[in-house]
Design a protein around this ligand. Sequence first.
Ligand SMILES: CC(C)(COP(=O)(O)OP(=O)(O)OC[C@H]1O[C@@H](n2cnc3c(N)ncnc32)[C@H](O)[C@@H]1OP(=O)(O)O)[C@@H](O)C(=O)NCCC(=O)NCCS
Length: 407
Amino acid sequence: MTEPTIRTGTPNDFTRMVAHFDLVFGEAPNDEGLDNFKQWLEFDRVILAEDAGELVGTAGANSYRVTVPGGDTVAAAGLTIVAVRPTHRRSGLLRRMMRRHLEDVRDRGEAASMLYASESSIYGRFGYGSAAPSGEISLQRSHGAFRRDIPAARGTYRLLDLAAADAIMRQIHPLATAGVPGALVLREPDWVRRMVDYPSRREGHTPWRVLIYDRDGEPRGYARYRQKDGWGDGGPEGTVAVRDVQALDGEAFVALWRFLLDIDLSMTIAATHRPVPDPLRLLLADPRRLVEKSSDGLWVRPLDVPALLAARRYRVPGSVVIEVSDEFFEAGGRYQLEGGPDGATCEPTAAAAEISLGVEQLGAVYLGGQALDDLAWVGLIQGDAAAIRRANDMFSWPITPHNTLHF
Ligand SMILES: CC(C)(COP(=O)(O)OP(=O)(O)OC[C@H]1O[C@@H](n2cnc3c(N)ncnc32)[C@H](O)[C@@H]1OP(=O)(O)O)[C@@H](O)C(=O)NCCC(=O)NCCS
């Protein structure tokens, strides 16, 4: 085997890329949605590896902004379409493409790279840490009763199809996710992909429906769901599959779930891309019946450590000298971090390090969901006990990190 060459992709490569994805991911070819997929890719960020003219490796990135603790957003690349042809696997091709991707992120001045992983064993070595877990839940409708002390909703419901709900979803989504660490700002091509509903991908479900909850004449939240009918010996056994619940306040959250958990003829309600833990648990009279499964979700790979650390807020004021090591790229260094609820600074320093951690661990704790002292407890972060405790309190954050845009 010769050494594959690596170059930037162009839209002309798209057809070959699709055949490559079908091969690598083991998917049956499906033409539906390819136009939108093409528009969704940023070709000047697509990396292609070729061996004797054959496409053998792909990686790409989208230019996102991600919300950090405190509510600001920073520029961060969303790594996607990583695929190496089975004939060329484990020969270092991903390693080469990762290096090129991180160089591109650095050259563009983005603070971090992010991804969703097909397998959780792959990306730690490249400096990515799991930062915002993603949950899946399911509940039997027969166990969907709320606690009696949950206040009743005062508003009203509407059901729309996707196209009719477009403007409301675009209005609610950024407001509902503002301040949620890990939430991405959707680009226009992300909206376009979210708003299409390909029959071949429904797996027997209805088209998406959008439930709107209004109060005082204003939309306060929406939920996107679809149904699948089913009949058993005892009667109806339908399923409700929920994909996106966005609420501007707790009352709207309660109202949307009250509706979703009590749709006639349904037996099972399932939802994906949920925060972990799911606040739905708080509403249920019998919360143990809620089956929750969690996965590693959004991974963060710090690139510009001082910019990243200065961009977020810290739960309690404090100061700590952090030594960051980076075995794969060049984001390491020693930094003096001063931060609190109102802002932060982060500068290179020659002072002695109080805490040492890898860039992967920094990625994991950055959004405030992964406790720093748990990583220290198992030996993945080093430092004296007082500094670890101080940094733990600074980095923790009261809002659960969560993102619903799988890229
Ligand atoms: C995952 C994939 C991209 C790896 O590509 P590759 O070119 O074989 O990876 P490399 O040879 O550069 O391996 C780099 C390192 O990652 C490790 N690695 C690669 N794939 C791995 C996997 N699936 N699980 C665990 N470790 C893995 C290698 O062992 C190697 O480790 P080392 O540096 O300690 O020696 C490739 O196997 C693939 O395309 N898989 C199917 C599609 C997929 O899962 N894509 C990822 C989407 S997020």
